[in-house]
Design a binder for this molecule. Structure first.
Ligand code: SF4
Length: 349
């Protein structure tokens, strides 16, 4: 790969090495005026991730390719200074989705080279990419469409054959995972302070995005009373991360139980990478009881058993069901108990 490719795939190891070998200190990227346009582009990367998705620029020459490449570490530093779990997930997903479009344009041997950066050993068999099933599971396990289940794949001697599009989708997931697992990076406080004007702009956009989500979809109910596990699940969905089946069921049944309508719930899942409206509607209607049984959301002990109890807080010790948490918190807010008033109404982080 050369610098023009690094501009599109700045998260590969060779791109990081390229940046290290450039003739300047990394600190200067955040302080020197000469790097203003790069900081601006880094900020826009994050704003685009909060908005409609990161756009990949066309880089006509080496200088513009290097600028685009350098805007990536800037964006990572900005995201790390803010350190918001919703933003981290959304940013990582947006970088991965944007890269996916470029992966599809690569030649077969270039896709193979990119895959090896993620320790995925691939080969070609006719027009199909072939990878070991353990690599397949490593990245496909969060994609919930039936065709991604291992049993629905052609496997021969432990190897799975994939079309070019499906292998590119695996690469998208590998990229998302790498970016997300590297965030937040440890950033010295003085660098975050230097970047304050950029951070303020991003924080404003982020809180506008979150409040838009709350107001549009939850106006009939009380999102500030949601238990931490449900807030966590919603943050993941809104960041485009596919939920495990048990968590998806817990979230949908909770929202139905507190009175949210089916269309409102479907709206929430529209940002999922593998969103399928018909399938989602069927599942939500089923949990809603349209086929005869109305489901109650799982208790705290079931949530714990399935690893879905995230972010327990003191109120959790006084209840045994997420619905009880919701009711209790609503009661406490109504009574004006001061210790529960501080929860921000629009916070999903
Ligand atoms: S204790 Fe219950 S309500 Fe609290 S986070 Fe865990 S599952 Fe949710």
């Amino acid at each position: 790969m050369d610098v023009f490719k690094f501009a599109y795939f700045p998260f590969v190891n060779a791109a990081a090495k390229y940046v290290q070998e450039l003739d300047f200190k990394l600190d200067e990227l955040f302080t020197e005026r000469a790097f203003d346009p790069i900081r601006e582009r880094g900020k826009n990367r994050v704003l685009e991730a909060i908005g409609d998705g990161i756009k990949r620029n066309v880089n006509p020459d080496k200088v513009s390719a290097e600028k685009e490449l350098l805007s990536y570490p800037v964006a990572r530093i900005l995201v790390s200074c803010i350190n918001d779990s919703y933003l981290i997930k959304r940013y990582a997903l947006s970088e991965a989705k944007s890269a996916f479009e470029k992966v599809k344009e690569l030649r077969d041997d270039e896709i193979g080279e990119l895959a090896s950066d993620f320790n995925i050993d691939s080969s070609m068999n006719e027009k199909l990419f072939v990878i070991h099933f353990t690599d397949y599971i490593r990245f496909a396990n969060v994609i919930h469409e039936p065709k991604w289940k291992l049993v629905n794949r052609n496997m021969d001697l432990g190897k799975v054959s994939l079309s070019r599009d499906d292998f590119s989708r695996i690469m998208e997931e590998a990229i998302r995972k790498r970016i997300e697992s590297g965030l937040p990076a440890a950033v010295p406080g003085d660098i975050c302070e230097t970047l304050r004007p950029y951070l303020d702009e991003i924080r404003n956009a982020l809180s506008a995005r979150k409040s838009e989500f709350n107001i549009e979809e939850f106006k009939e109910i009380m999102p500030d009373c949601f238990p931490p596990c449900i807030v966590h699940a919603l943050s993941n969905v809104q960041a485009g991360v596919n939920l495990a089946h048990s968590m998806r069921f817990a979230l949908v049944s909770f929202l139905i139980n507190i009175g949210m309508n089916v269309d409102g719930i479907i709206e929430i899942f529209k940002v999922s990478p593998d969103f399928d409206e018909e399938r989602t509607r069927y599942q939500v209607n089923h949990i809603h009881g349209d086929t005869g049984t109305a489901y109650t959301s799982p208790s705290c002990s079931t949530m714990t058993t399935y690893g879905n109890c995230f972010g327990k807080e003191p109120l959790c010790d006084r209840i045994s069901h997420p619905l009880s948490y919701y009711r209790k918190k609503a009661w406490l807010l109504k009574k004006g108990k001061p210790e529960y008033k501080e929860t921000p109404v629009t916070s999903f982080s």
